[in-house]
Design a protein around this ligand. Structure first.
Ligand code: CP
Length: 335
């Protein structure tokens, strides 16, 4: 099979017309910042195809057979790690997740030496989560393969923003023109940053709704509207995206108490009543029930898309693995 066949099949699967040139010219996926809307749409269209095929019985393919994916997570994860493993396996990859707690990192091996060691084993894709902003970008400069950022510090979590966008687009039909309220602990949230860049690039109106202590100082320069009141911030919203209160990243007193936080900032049906009737409720997980969101809102099957977000995570990660390895497959197949 020639690369042209592979490429045309991919485009047919994604049901889009190939743009001129390379539709995704990046070697890595380190963040949403720097991607243009056509590139975001290309990733979402491909993921949309996988979302459909993942609901079929024959969802496992050999598209990426022979390629090796290593997941290197320095922070805990359920959704991102599991969905990257499943995504790689559904595409036929050899997928290995390295446990940092049983690795030589425990003997003092540095982050860089760990990455160089894994690189010497010639993986095709490294998926990395790290607690320091910029750590994944640094490693991407030291290894030969494609690198996907699975979350770095407070910086970015690009595949989360892509799966959020895919969930919204499949529910609402479009992103352009929607009003999306991102609420809660914005300061510590890489999910918020990636969503702000992606939703703004795709024409949505983004509101940040949070107490001043949980908003970054440069919030107003991010091209968003800022609200310090849930009623005003949620009024007329199409989508309400709640953020986890990230107490593990808080060094000082950002809020008086969890009970008070829930009273003013926790999403309840009452607070949600000012949003549009067909408002979509989202949360990247893991949730602090009774802190940033009431259980009956999180579990409301008419409004909550939280389980669908998890489902879309697999599809988005399949699309990322597929698209980032295309150039390599082209070189292997030859002209
Ligand atoms: N949303 C998210 O990144 O969840 P995990 O930490 O479980 O991967």
């Amino acid at each position: 099979m020639t690369y042209d066949n592979i490429k045309n099949e991919s485009y047919a699967r994604a049901d889009i017309t190939p743009p001129g040139g390379n539709p995704f010219p990046h070697k890595h996926l380190l963040g949403i910042w720097g991607l243009d809307p056509a590139e975001i749409k290309y990733l979402l269209d491909c993921a949309d195809h996988y979302a459909d095929s993942n609901r079929q019985s024959g969802k496992n393919t050999k598209t990426l057979a022979g390629l090796t994916q290593i997941n290197l997570f320095f922070e805990n994860s359920t959704r991102t790690l599991m969905s990257f493993e499943i995504a790689g396996k559904r595409l036929g990859m050899d997928t290995i997740s390295m446990s940092t707690s049983t690795s030589s990192i425990k003997k003092g091996e540095t982050l860089l030496d760990t990455a160089l060691t894994l690189n010497a084993m010639r993986p095709d894709v490294l998926v990395i989560r790290h607690g320091d902003s910029g750590a994944v970008e640094l490693l991407s400069r030291k290894v030969d393969c494609a690198v996907i950022n699975a979350g770095d510090g407070r910086h970015e979590h690009p595949t989360q923003a892509l799966l959020d966008a895919l969930t919204i687009r499949r529910r609402k039909g479009h992103l352009n023109g929607l009003t999306v309220a991102i609420c809660g602990d914005v300061t510590h949230s890489r999910v918020a940053r990636s969503n702000i860049w992606l939703l703004s690039a795709m024409g949505a109106r983004v509101r940040l709704v949070a107490p001043p202590t949980l908003l970054p100082v440069n919030a107003t320069s991010m091209g968003v509207e800022v609200y310090h009141d849930m009623t005003a911030g949620l009024a007329g919203a199409d989508v309400v995206m709640m953020l986890r209160l990230q107490q593990e990243r808080m060094s000082g007193a950002f809020l008086p108490s969890l009970r008070e936080y829930y009273k003013f900032w926790g999403l309840t049906h009452e607070k949600l009543s000012v949003a549009k009737d067909d408002v979509l409720v989202m949360h990247p997980g893991p949730m602090n029930r009774g802190v940033e969101i009431a259980s009956d809102v999180a579990d409301d099957i008419d409004r909550s898309a939280i389980q669908e977000q998890v489902e879309m995570g697999v599809s988005v990660r399949m699309a990322c693995l597929d698209i980032l390895t295309r150039k390599q497959r082209e070189e292997e197949v030859g002209p």
